[in-house]
Design a protein around this ligand. Sequence first.
Ligand SMILES: [Zn+2]
Length: 365
Amino acid sequence: MTRRRICSRMCVSLMIISILIGISLGGCNTTPKEIAPRNVILLIGDGMGVAQVYAAMTVKKDSLHMEKFPYVGLIKTSSADNYVTDSGAGGTALATGHKTKNGAIAVDTAGNSLKSILQYAMDANLSGGLVSTSSITHATPASFLAHQISRASYQDIAADFLKTNIDVFIGGGLDDFSKRDDGRDLTVELAEKGYTVLTSMDAIVTHEKGKLAGFTAPGHNPKMLEGRGNMLPDATATAIRLLNQNPKGFFLMVEGSQIDWGGHANDTEYIVTETIDFDEAVGIALEFARKDKNTLVVVTADHETGGLGLNQGNIVDGTVIAAYTTEGHTGVMVPVFAYGPGAEQFTGVYENTGIFHKIKKLMGL
Ligand SMILES: [Zn+2]
């Protein structure tokens, strides 16, 4: 009996079993599954541990988009010099595949620049984008594009944007570009470099094509609880629409920045509203990937914040009684959700640096 016939029989058996137990195996495919994704969308919930996700699930009383991902893993988050990472070292690990000291932005422990997955993609003529609900110069987005010893060097991080050819970025942080100690106005320099510089979401969502520098706030964007509205999902949809104009593909990082700040504040409502908003952006990415069929979506976090415990709750009422162990970050593992070509590579337990290496290998960069 040929291998194909054996496979065929196995597939029929598996399909019957799957129907019996109500699980879809997604078809019976005898072709190799090593298909490289053309596009990768990496969404990072800053400070989003498993408890943050489950609190959002409970309060929403409806399933999150994160629950729809077929492949789930866990990553370890320690930095090069601390059991508990900050967002600089955490972002650097995800972006560059290297552990570094807390506070560093895409430089190693000796201060040498580390090349990010975004830069690898752009060097291969793919398009690149960043979206964030914080200032775009904040630690997580900065780790994908800038190189600084200190995450606090916001104006230097802004200047690093001019050293790249990033196609689209949308987030807060306008003042780091336009109100600078060195007198430069980087918004003018961005325009001279060919960017359309826009300063409102109303304008950003209508941008048709070409490089986009989208500033949504002078500093950080407001909280969801203070009326941020659909900024993150709309910015995500806009970035995908613009980046997808490149037939070679794209890499996009989207950060839900303020889940972390809710954790620092030990404010459960803040955490939950930010996590649900982040999940809306996840839904936008997932919907695109489902239609596109050539896009890998990976959702993860840089670390957990607050030591959030859900000591009681009520699924019917959509309430949780939370407790916290700290106003800082913690060292626990954080979840990874993956969908699309290569998504099965993201299961298991591994270091945060593995996210970079897996994406780089899958994209052939
Ligand atoms: Zn934090």
